[in-house]
Design a protein around this ligand. Structure first.
Ligand code: ZN
Ligand code: ZN
Length: 237
């Protein structure tokens, strides 16, 4: 069952004519999640439980800090601190481990707890879940809607990060169409990558006193476009 909550944003993202429609979707989703976490979600007990349990990664806590909502952020951190302290208090230091006991040492236990505390992020998890739905819906539309497929194949493709996500989702697609789809995506991606490579090379030539400047007319931010192509979009100055 394909839901319009995924098909409509995908079609909208394709309309944006950007360098990666999935980066566009992910950036939008990320902004909405940060706004939600500091806004409406503050009053939702279910969300607060998850927020306390998972916490936020460095990247997302940075975005929350820059959102300048000091009180909501402090309230979120206050109850997350309780959870962190409780988990640390639960570490049992009395266990010695022994010849016949396979019990973990205090250092192993503490290492496990701290590593887990550091590895979860509620925003990352929510984004990942929705982006997976988008990737699956993408292939559904690609197979069913000739216009969607045509416009995607005329677009500038996706970044390498989302290329990987699309390939993972394609593995769920059964049927003979899969081989056709993979070839089409591959050809598009190779075309855009080779073009990006020419652009960034042209950019470096502009700094070479031996080269004819007029010959290398490329965008002022060609290096940044190439970086986003290889690693996904990022905030630019
Ligand atoms: Zn991307
Ligand atoms: Zn995160």
């Amino acid at each position: 069952m394909v839901e319009s909550i995924y098909t409509i944003p995908l079609t909208d993202a394709l309309d944006q004519d950007c360098d990666c429609m999935f980066c566009y979707l992910e950036d939008k989703l990320e902004g909405e999640q940060i706004e939600y976490a500091l806004g409406a979600a503050m009053m939702e007990p279910d969300f607060r439980i998850l927020s306390n349990e998972k916490g936020y990664c460095r990247h997302h806590i940075g975005m929350m800090a820059r959102a300048k909502s000091a009180l909501p952020l402090a309230l979120i951190l206050d109850t997350r601190c309780d959870e962190v302290i409780n988990q640390l208090k639960a570490v049992d230091f009395s266990a010695k481990g022994g010849l016949f006991k396979k019990e973990k040492s205090p250092a192993e236990k503490l290492s496990e707890v701290v590593t887990k505390l550091d590895s979860t992020c509620l925003v990352c998890e929510r984004i990942e879940h929705t982006m997976e739905k988008f990737a699956n819906t993408f292939w559904y539309l690609y197979g069913k809607e000739p216009e969607f497929k045509k416009r995607f194949l005329e677009s500038r493709g996706v970044c390498i990060h989302h290329f990987a996500k699309l390939m993972n989702a394609l593995l769920n697609v059964s049927g003979s169409k899969r081989d056709e789809f993979v070839r089409e995506l591959y050809d598009l991606q190779m075309k855009v990558l080779e073009n990006e490579k020419c652009e960034v090379q042209g950019f470096t030539k502009q700094f070479d006193y031996r080269s004819d400047k007029g010959e290398w007319k490329v965008a002022r931010d060609a290096h940044l476009n190439c970086a986003a192509r290889l690693s996904g979009s990022f905030e630019r100055e």
